[in-house]
Design a protein around this ligand. Structure first.
Ligand code: DI6
Ligand code: FE
Length: 411
């Protein structure tokens, strides 16, 4: 073994049950993990450390057998919005459908009105509360989509707020432009013209401001058809942005196949995904993001084709879809439980879905998602016996400490 210099590392964590998620849980009992300059510098068994802990790092934490996982990644949220839709929840419980409410001008449109009306500061304060709730449960990386502005100024406002969340809190925020979320009232019956506006005005403005990594489209009967979706993908490609797609949530329009032809990072929802669609994803290596919160909240009965996805080796991720209409969720731990109880994922699959596969869904698999030397030192210490426990309890938060870029952080 190579001889190490004294104080090779900044911080060393010892006596942990490490779940690296490099392959399956990737468990290392009596493990140690070291950080240097915000990155993971060493991972392995305590007994393989190249010296006595106190001589290897300036700071040594003994976690006394607790479990360490990668920081959790919520790879699909609409976290930045104004207002509240509890009234629609009541209507739906009385029998109204999500589609009928949307058609009557409620749904997304009502959130668009509230988001346009909100000042940037108020939008930030409302949204920070939700981001803090995720963070408190071990989320260290988060995707945030626009899509409740549907005009250039408001979409930019949402994305600026999303970016500020990542500056204020110790979170990595991946920004997604979802201008094609729905048609705003002022473009009623002029969907194609709205798509012109999205591609020719909004998207270039978002790119100019440096406020998007990815572009998403809601491909659905109540939103945009395949041709309109493809126009947005083409525009995104022109700017070199990654692609995501809300596909096959309420019907099988073929959005997943189209997105995979454009090498989408992920396609999301997928309750109505066909066998052909699954094959297309497998071929392209596109991640299937499952959103059990929306499935639960809409009381859906159509299940995503989990068995087929599994058989064909499509990477599955799990996210909150945090949004006011179909998934008012700010608990990724609850989504882990629902992915298992509702979708029958194994605890290992569910957890891989908020670590390794979630990183891939954001194109961040080279820097995040596993406890691997050279990756960003984002991890969580949990007071649990085994990582599967995170999928098992409901409404219980066993987080002990959260490490972002090698630093213990709090909010
Ligand atoms: N699918 C959804 O479930 C959310 N957006 C989407 O494209 C719902 C958004 C909302 O109802 O506010
Ligand atoms: Fe969504």
């Amino acid at each position: 073994m190579q001889k190490m210099n004294r104080m090779e590392w900044d911080v060393l964590w010892i006596n942990g049950l490490l779940a690296t998620f490099e392959s399956g849980y990737g468990l290392i009992k009596n493990g140690a993990i070291a950080t240097k300059n915000g990155q993971i510098a060493w991972v392995g068994s305590l007994s393989d450390l190249p010296g006595a802990p106190a001589q290897l790092a300036s700071v040594v934490h003994d976690v006394e057998g607790r479990c360490i996982t990668p920081g959790l990644i919520d790879c699909h949220t609409h976290l930045v919005y104004g207002g509240n839709r509890y009234n629609e929840f009541a209507l739906r419980l009385e029998g109204a459908t999500y589609e009928s409410i949307a058609k009557a001008g409620g749904g997304i449109q009502s959130t668009v009105a509230a988001t346009r009306a909100a000042s940037e500061e108020s939008l930030l304060q409302q949204s920070l509360k939700r981001a803090k709730a995720l963070f408190a449960e071990g989320v260290t990386t988060l995707e945030i989509k626009s899509g409740y502005g549907l005009d250039t100024a408001t979409e930019l406002k949402i994305l600026r707020v999303a970016k500020r969340i990542g500056e204020i809190l110790p979170l990595t925020v991946s920004l997604t432009f979802l201008g094609a979320h729905t048609v705003p009232a002022e473009f009623k019956d002029r969907k194609d013209e709205y798509i012109d506006y999205v591609c020719d005005e909004m998207l270039p403005a978002v790119v100019e401001a440096g406020l998007a990594h990815s572009v998403d489209v809601f491909c659905e009967k109540i939103a945009f058809n395949l041709l309109q979706t493809e126009r947005v993908f083409k525009a995104a490609k022109k700017f070199g942005l990654s692609i995501k797609c809300h596909a096959e949530q309420l019907s099988d329009l073929g959005g997943a196949r189209l997105a995979s032809e454009y090498q989408a990072l992920s396609v999301d929802h997928l309750e109505f995904l066909s066998a052909d669609g699954v094959s297309a994803l497998a071929k392209a290596g596109t991640v299937a993001v499952l959103l059990p919160g929306a499935f639960y909240f809409l009381r859906e009965t159509q299940f995503p084709p989990i068995d087929l996805l599994r058989k064909q080796g499509v990477p599955m991720a799990i996210a909150t879809d945090s949004n006011p209409g179909t998934s008012p969720v700010t608990s990724l731990l609850l989504m882990l439980n629902m992915a298992c109880t509702l979708f029958r994922l194994t605890p290992e699959e569910a957890l891989t879905g908020v670590t390794r596969h979630a990183a891939k869904a954001l194109g961040l698999e080279n820097t995040l998602g596993t406890l691997t030397v050279g990756k960003q030192a984002d991890f969580v210490v949990w007071d649990i016996e085994h990582p599967a426990e995170l999928t098992y309890r409901i409404g219980f938060n066993p987080l002990v400490s959260l490490v972002k870029h090698g630093q213990i952080v709090q909010c």
